[in-house]
Design a binder for this molecule. Sequence first.
Ligand code: SF4
Length: 554
Amino acid sequence: METIEHLELSSKLETIRVSALHALAYCHRLFYLEEVEELYTQDAAVFAGRRLHAELEKQEDEEWEELFLISEELGIRGRVDALRTRNGETIPYEHKRGKCHRDENKQPQAWESDKLQILAYCCLLESALGLSIKEGRIRYHADNVLVHIPFDDAGRAAVKQAIEIARQLKQSTYRPPVTDNERLCTRCSLAPVCLPEEARLAHEREWQPIRLFPEDDDRQIIHVLEPGTSVGRTGEQIKITRRNQPVEIIPARQIGQLVMHSFSQISTQALHFCREQEIGVHFISGGGRYLGSFDTRQGSIQRRIHQYTALSDANICLELARKLVICRAQGQRKFLMRGKAKAKAKERLIKATEQMKAVLKLVPQAKSLQSLLGYEGNLAALYFDALVDLISPDAPQEMLFDSRNRRPPTDRFNAMLGFGYSLLIKDVMNAILTVGLEPALGFYHQPRSQAAPLALDLMEIFRVPLVDMTVMASVNRNQWDVKADFDIRGKQVWLSETGKRKFVELYENRKQETWKHPVTGYSLTYRRLLELEVRLLEKEWMGEGGLFAQLIVR
Ligand code: SF4
């Protein structure tokens, strides 16, 4: 026998929220992103709206009452802001923090989406409570305007039609296109994940997108480097207790990621709290190897279904992989060219850039991932053999290296590259988890090591600008103490604790630098670019492709 809770739950699942109809009236894509792809952002406007409702709830005016209603007959549910009864007539009210719409005669009107929402509440009251409703009202608090919305057959029909469209969209696997009304996007809470301007650019290369991507994230990335440190929760704050050091307490809203290095501990309470606060938690071994991330994704199953479908297609994978190899190798070549421009450029460096150019011409014709791997290996060998020539003659001899080596690194330069790539993969994972894609399903790398293939794919784009350039610049600026910053055990070389701390600072500072995206034309910090690139990848199989892997070092 079904329990009451179960019946309530199943009817809730089948009904559509009235606030979702509000989103539908605003833009079909917004409804789809929220209700089907389960993407929500908590932007300032949403918070402001919530505050308004909370303030209203506090008013002890007996005329105000919040009412939750479900109508299975109509297939909708919702919470009416307030009801007022006068002379036997009940009127639902909806409160909006913003201003009303003005018609051509400057007369106050309700916005279409607000109108549909109050009409849906009228329907809900009529159906669920059997009340006779003649009108609904919307109060716009910013300009203190009250708009009356008559409730008639036309209103009922508009609500029914919206419910029908909503049901169809919920069944659809096709994400609706961006709205033609660009002004809606500038006020849309989901613009940062919808990326409407980039979608328009994908269809029309002459389009000059405006940046609707969110402000740069200024929350801190806390690296817990010292073994034996414990991280816990105290109230709304994160508490970090290091051995022989004062306790550090940081408000959670100021933290974007917690990176646990070596054998530091984090409590279960702190982990739960980080999940609630959307703080990424990542783990890196004492040897500087990326171990994993705390995965708290929920929903977004539609996104992953699209990803599975697309990346099960060998042609799509090959096309994306070609773009990726070109992006990385062009970045490597451009970086080497900086050394080539110097008067005393070494012959090896000149030769490498020319040979890379020749191999790069072959990449677009690669017929399989296997042949692409061959070209990529070739390009990487040319790059790393010549990279040492970018080291300044004034840098300490100890910083020179022969070639790329790892597991374990055998020289200081490679020890830094290895640690840097671990930090990078951690950031790419953070971006993948934020966007809601499946890290285990890539298009180029195969599942071989602990690192997720999609993260390995995406990090290729950022290796040169975020790690190689950071390492080279620091070596040429003589920022390293060749003894104190490294631990040398036999032939193995690792960054010491002070070396890691120094590297983390250099790397995090680099991520805060801005780069003008060569295709979208607006500037973002590298930190934001990581997320943008994951979102652009997802567009590749959603019919809005062509912008992925264009970030090439100048
Ligand atoms: S950003 Fe524009 S296209 Fe995208 S959901 Fe919002 S209103 Fe619709």
